[in-house]
Design a protein around this ligand. Structure first.
Ligand code: URC
Length: 307
């Protein structure tokens, strides 16, 4: 932030949607593959560029783009999206005197190893659905803020969901029910408690594994056991259980935000002028719709323990 004769300027600049893919080849012939879309945003002392057209303190966004490819090349071992974001953010904050902080976020395309006749393929992948995301902020002193997340996790169950006891007034038409579909597209983001570069876990692919584990906890909590399932009295209650399960299981996650739209499947009833009715709903025929849809979101965090 800079004060300029009664005016205040806050600025950052960066490069968005730098797409990069990286292959790592094991000695035994197995290939590993990722595809990332990288956004970089630098907070830097480059005021003259704004106020007097002097670009001498500017890191060109084209250079940022090239840095993504150069660093991808340098990473000779497979690494998580989180670790790659940290590599980039560390580079920008340590290499350029002007850069005070770097924010890097990455969306990973869900390429999954394919199995052919039950055998994992050495170099074949297919695109899955939900995406792994991360955002890292690093400043010159090595302070870190690391969040990871999931986008586009579409899930549905055909029973064990209801909604009862809500406010009824002159505009309320929704019947109470203990039997409905429940469908949503989860967007999750969680913050790790590592607050400096030096406190990060050293285990390779730590954050990739965490991502898989968090996803599993979210899914297990949403669905319940494969035979019995688990009853959901509302999206709100299920969201809370999911968030609580993640914080309960992973001590290095300090908070989690979940966004869970309620994607409705409306009962279909088609009346007929001449009896009998064409379609009478019996928990079987639905009209799927995502417009309009409910929006339910919440953040669950740990209370700081009193020392
Ligand atoms: O789980 C739900 N939560 C709501 O807040 C809500 N509102 C609504 O119309 N249906 C539902 N379902």
């Amino acid at each position: 932030m800079a004060e300029l004769s009664g005016l205040k300027l806050e600025q950052r600049h960066g490069k968005s949607r730098v797409r990069v893919a990286r292959v790592w080849r094991d000695r035994d012939g197995k290939h590993h593959f990722v595809e990332w879309s990288v956004n970089i945003s630098l907070i830097s002392d480059c005021l003259p560029a704004y106020v007097s057209g002097d670009n001498s303190d500017i890191v060109a966004t084209d250079t940022m783009k090239n840095t993504v490819y150069a660093k991808a090349k340098e990473c000779s071992e497979q690494l998580s999206a989180e670790d790659f974001a940290i590599v980039l953010a560390k580079h920008f904050t340590s290499f350029y005197q002007q850069v005070t902080a770097a924010i890097v976020n990455i969306v990973e395309k869900p390429w999954e190893r394919i199995s052919i006749k039950g055998q994992q393929h050495e170099h074949g992948f297919k695109l899955g659905s939900e995406r792994h995301t991360t955002e890292v902020m690093v400043d010159k002193s090595g302070t870190l803020r690391l969040t990871s997340g999931i986008e586009g996790l579409s899930i549905l169950k055909t029973t064990k969901s209801g909604f009862e006891g809500f406010i009824r007034d002159q505009y309320t038409m929704l019947p109470e029910t203990r039997e409905r579909m429940m469908a949503t597209e989860v967007t999750a983001s969680w913050r790790y408690s590592f607050e400096s570069l030096s406190s990060l876990p050293l285990k390779p692919l730590y954050f990739t594994e965490r991502y898989m584990d968090v996803k599993e906890v979210l899914l297990n909590t949403f669905f319940g056991a494969s035979k019995e399932g688990v009853y959901s009295p509302s999206v709100q209650a299920t969201l809370y259980e999911m968030a609580k399960a993640v914080l309960g299981r992973f001590p290095d996650i300090s908070f989690i935000q979940l966004k869970m739209p309620n994607l409705h499947f409306l009962p279909v009833n088609l009346p007929s002028k001449d009896k009998p009715v064409i379609v009478k709903f019996a928990d079987d025929v639905y009209l799927p719709t995502d417009e309009p849809h409910g929006t339910i979101q919440a953040t669950l965090s740990r209370l700081r323990s009193k020392m």
